[in-house]
Design a protein around this ligand. Structure first.
Ligand code: SF4
Length: 101
C-alpha cells in the first residue's frame, strides 16, 4: 500500500516499511524557518509503546491526516498540509518537505 506520507524513522512504533500507521500526526514548528526546527510530535518509541493494531491498513496515514503548526511553511493551510508528498526525516523526525514562505 502506498501513501503520500513517508517517514525515515524506523524506530517509531507507527512506522512500517517507511509508511506511517498513526492515523493522524501532529507536526510542530510554530517558529520554524528551516526543516530542523520542525518535528513530528506523534513519534512514539517502538521499544516502549505497545501498538496492538500495527497491521491495520485502515490507519495508513497520508498528508490529509497531518495537523501542522509550522505556519511559516508555504504548504501550511489553516493548520493542514497542502503538500502533494511529505517526507519525515530520521534525524529529529523533522519535516523534510518544509519550505519557508
Ligand atoms: S510540508 Fe509544511 S505544512 Fe506540510 S507537514 Fe511539513 S512543515 Fe507542515
Amino acid at each position: 500500500m502506498q501513501s503520500n506520507l513517508n517517514c525515515a524513522d524506523s524506530t517509531c512504533a507507527f512506522n512500517k516499511s517507511g509508511n506511517c500507521y498513526a492515523s493522524h500526526i501532529k507536526i510542530e514548528g510554530f517558529d520554524a524557518y528551516i526543516t530542523p526546527e520542525t518535528y513530528c510530535d506523534s513519534f512514539r518509541d517502538a521499544h516502549s509503546f505497545n501498538l496492538s493494531s500495527f497491521d491495520d491498513h485502515s490507519s495508513l496515514t497520508g498528508t490529509q491526516n497531518i495537523s501542522c503548526s509550522a505556519i511559516n511553511c508555504k504548504y501550511n493551510f489553516s493548520g493542514g498540509c497542502g503538500a502533494s508528498h511529505v517526507q519525515i526525516n530520521l534525524e529529529n523526525d523533522s519535516c523534510e518537505t518544509f519550505q519557508a514562505k
